[in-house]
Ligand binder design. Structure first.
Ligand code: PMP
Length: 464
C-alpha cells in the first residue's frame, strides 16, 4: 500500500513505513508474545518492526499489506533462480507427491552428488547435510580425523555458521570475543585465530605442528564484504600443501553464484574440502561437504570393527539430504551447470553497482556500493579512509574493523526503510543486495531510480 504524495507530506520515513505496514506491525506485536523479540533470525531485527512477507514470484516479493518489492534478499541468498522458478517448482511438486523424507536411501542423492562432482573442481565425493553450519562442523571433524590433529586456523571476520567452534571472531568488532553469550570457552581452545589476510599468521600457526585444517571464506570475510587481498588464497594453499594441513573453503554463500564451479573455477585455486549450502538447494534446506576422495573416505565404513568404531567420522542428521530438497538441487544444478545464468547475474550486478554509485555521487553523499560477482553492499555516510582513493566498486580496504564501522545501525535501519518504501527489499540486517537469476534489466533500472528517490528522501530528512 503506497500513500499518495499529499498524504506523505510531513511524514518521516518511519511514520510512513508504519502507516503502510499496519499488518506487519500487528503480526510483530503478536509474535513478541510467543517468540523472543518476535524474531526467528537475529538479522531480521529492525526498528520500528520487521516487514512480514507473504509470497514471492520471480524477482518480486509481496508483504502481508500487499506492498510489492524487487527482492534482493531472496531467502538469505538461497533462491539463486528467484522465487517459483518453474523447473524447481515442478521438481518439488513431483517429489511432494512421492514423499518428503523416507529415512532411507534415494536416487536423488546420487544424481545431486554427481552434479556437484561435475561442477566443483575439488569435489570427488560429496556428503549432504542439513545446514551450512553443520557442513562446516563436519568438514572440520573430517580434517581432524584425517590428520590426527586438533587445531583449526580460522580468520578474523570470516563467518562459518552459528556453532560454538566457529562463532569466534566472526560477526562484529571486537573480533576477539565469542560472538554470542552462552558459547563455551572450551569450544575455542582449539581455534587459532589468524588476522584478516595474514598468510604470515597461517605459517606461524602451521609451524606448531598440531594443525588439522585452515577454514576460510575464499572471497573474504562475509562473502567478500571485506575481500581477501590478491595472492592471499594462493599463499594459504601453498602453506597448507607444504605442511599437510587440510584446506577447507567455506563456499556456503558463494557456491554456484560466482560461476558454475564457484570460487574454485574463478580463481583456479583448489582446496581439499569445500562446504556448500544456500544456492545448492535453490531455496530448499540442504548443505554439503565435498572434496578429495582420500579425505572424504574418513566417513566410509571399512568393515574393520576397530577402525569403524574409533577412527571413522560419524555423520547423521534427520534432514541430511532430504529428497524434497535434493529434488530442487538436481533441477537447479541442471540449470546452473552451464554457468550462463551466473554470467548474466554478474553482468547485471556490475550495471547495478555502477548505477548506485552514480546516484551516491549525484546526491553528494560519502559512500559506496561495492562488491564482486552478484552481490552489492552499500555503505553511506561512510568513514572509510580509502574512499576516494579506491575504484569504489571493488573494495581494497585492508581494515577489517570497517566491516562494522561502515554504517551506523540506526542509519542502516532508515536506509532499509527508505528502500522498502521505494519498492526495494534488501533484507533487514545489512544494506546488502543479492542479485538472483530472476532479476531483469528492467528491475535494475527501477532499482537505481528507487535508490535515487531513497537518497533524496534520506537527505530531506537529514539522515544523510
Ligand atoms: N558459511 C557462510 C560463508 C555463510 O554465509 C553461512 C550463512 N550465512 C554459513 C556458513 C552458515 O550456513 P547456515 O546458516 O545454513 O548454517
Amino acid at each position: 500500500m503506497t500513500l499518495e504524495p499529499d498524504k506523505q507530506l510531513g511524514m518521516t520515513i518511519e511514520e510512513e513505513y508504519t502507516a503502510t505496514h499496519s499488518k506487519s506491525q500487528g503480526l510483530y506485536r503478536r509474535a513478541k508474545e510467543v517468540i523472543p523479540s518476535g524474531l526467528v533470525h537475529d538479522v531480521r531485527h529492525m526498528i520500528p518492526f520487521p516487514v512480514y512477507m507473504d509470497r514471492g514470484a520471480g524477482s518480486k516479493v509481496w508483504d502481508v499489506d500487499g506492498n510489492e518489492y524487487i527482492d534482493y534478499h531472496p531467502g538469505h541468498g538461497t533462491y539463486i533462480l528467484g522465487y517459483r522458478n518453474p523447473a524447481i517448482v515442478e521438481a518439488i511438486k513431483k517429489q511432494l507427491d512421492k514423499g518428503i523424507e523416507f529415512g532411507s536411501c534415494n536416487e536423488l542423492e546420487i544424481r545431486a552428488a554427481e552434479l556437484v562432482v561435475e561442477m566443483i573442481p575439488c569435489a570427488e565425493q560429496v556428503r549432504f547435510i542439513g545446514s551450512g553450519a553443520e557442513a562446516n562442523m563436519l568438514a572440520i571433524r573430517i580434517a581432524r580425523a584425517y590428520t590426527g590433529k586438533d587445531k583449526v586456523i580460522k580468520f578474523r571476520g570470516h563467518w562459518h555458521g552459528a556453532f560454538d567452534g566457529a562463532g569466534f571472531a566472526a560477526v562484529s568488532a571486537p573480533f576477539d570475543v565469542p560472538y554470542s553469550a552462552g558459547t563455551s570457552k572450551e569450544a575455542f581452545k582449539d581455534v587459532l585465530l589468524a588476522n584478516h589476510n595474514s598468510s604470515e599468521d597461517v605459517r606461524r600457526f602451521a609451524e606448531r605442528g598440531d594443525v588439522a585444517c585452515v577454514i576460510m571464506e575464499p572471497t573474504g570475510a562475509h562473502h567478500g564484504m571485506m575481500p581477501n587481498r590478491l595472492g592471499f588464497i594462493e599463499e594459504v594453499r601453498q602453506i597448507t600443501k607444504e605442511m599437510g594441513i587440510v584446506l577447507i573453503w567455506d563456499e556456503v554463500m558463494t557456491n554456484f553464484k560466482l560461476a558454475a564451479g564457484g570460487a574454485q573455477e574463478v580463481t583456479g585455486v583448489i582446496p581439499d574440502l569445500v562446504t556448500l549450502g544456500k544456492s545448492l538447494g535453490c531455496g530448499m534446506v540442504v548443505a554439503a561437504v565435498a572434496g578429495r576422495k582420500q579425505i572424504m573416505q574418513q566417513l566410509a565404513f571399512t568393515g574393520d570393527k576397530r577402525h569403524d568404531r574409533y577412527q571413522r567420522v560419524r555423520s547423521q542428521g534427520t534432514h541430511s539430504g532430504t529428497p524434497i530438497a535434493l529434488a530442487a538441487t538436481v533441477a537447479g544444478l541442471e540449470i546452473l551447470k552451464s554457468g550462463e545464468v551466473q554470467a548474466r547475474m554478474n553482468r547485471l550486478t556490475g550495471v547495478l553497482r555502477k548505477g548506485l554509485n552514480e546516484q551516491i555521487k549525484k546526491h553528494n553523499v560519502r559512500g559506496c556500493a561495492y562488491g564482486d560477482y552478484s552481490i552489492v553492499r552499500i555503505f553511506l555516510n561512510h568513514n572509510c579512509p580509502y574512499l576516494g582513493k579506491c575504484d569504489v566498486e571493488h573494495c581494497s580496504n585492508p581494515d577489517l574493523e570497517m566491516l562494522d564501522a561502515g554504517m551506523e545501525a540506526s542509519l542502516r535501519s532508515k536506509v532499509i526503510l527508505a528502500l522498502l518504501l521505494n519498492g526495494i527489499n534488501c533484507g533487514l540486517g545489512l544494506v546488502e543486495l543479492f542479485v538472483s537469476g530472476a532479476i531483469t534489466e528492467q528491475d535494475i533500472k527501477k532499482t537505481v531510480e528507487a535508490f535515487d528517490r531513497s537518497l533524496a528522501r534520506l537527505k530531506a530528512e537529514k539522515v544523510l
